[in-house]
Design a protein around this ligand. Structure first.
Ligand code: THU
Length: 133
């Protein structure tokens, strides 16, 4: 499954829409045995850009998955690292998860969400009632 996740992230890169930065990112989330991919989607109004990780999480949640186990993030050139906003969005659906970073030259680096986002804020900080789950 790990290799499939990596391949899904790498395959997604070609679908990235990054005409402004030229930094193409593909992400693949593993949730309940299924793989959901996403790409970065930039916008002429730069601030509206969507990161690949958040696109993948959105695809998973849209399919009903809310518990995420791992994410692979692949870039065309250079090396990836999920931005702070994406780390927090991933945290919403996992207290911890494996994060697999795939560089443009194929180098793979393994890390975890707790390593990248220590002492994090998450859903349990809010009362059950207010979460509405
Ligand atoms: N980007 C991602 O897709 N994920 C990240 O975690 C870092 C940044 C995208 C956003 C933008 O399209 C481009 O990379 C340059 O910031």
């Amino acid at each position: 499954m790990r290799q499939q996740l990596i391949e899904a992230a790498k395959t997604a890169i070609s679908r990235a829409y990054a005409p402004y930065s030229g930094y193409k990112v593909g992400a693949a989330v593993l949730a309940a045995g299924k793989i959901y991919s996403g790409v970065n989607v930039e916008n002429a109004s730069y601030g509206l850009t969507m990161c690949a990780e958040r696109a993948a999480v959105t695809a998973a949640v849209s399919d009903g998955a809310k518990k995420m186990e791992a994410v692979a993030i692949a870039v065309e050139r250079g090396s990836p690292s999920p931005c702070g906003a994406c780390r927090q969005v991933l945290r919403e659906f996992a207290e911890d998860m494996d994060i697999i970073l795939v560089a443009g030259d194929g180098t793979v680096r393994d890390t975890t969400l707790t390593r990248l986002l220590p002492d994090s804020f998450g859903p349990s900080f809010l009362s059950e009632r207010r979460r509405g789950t």
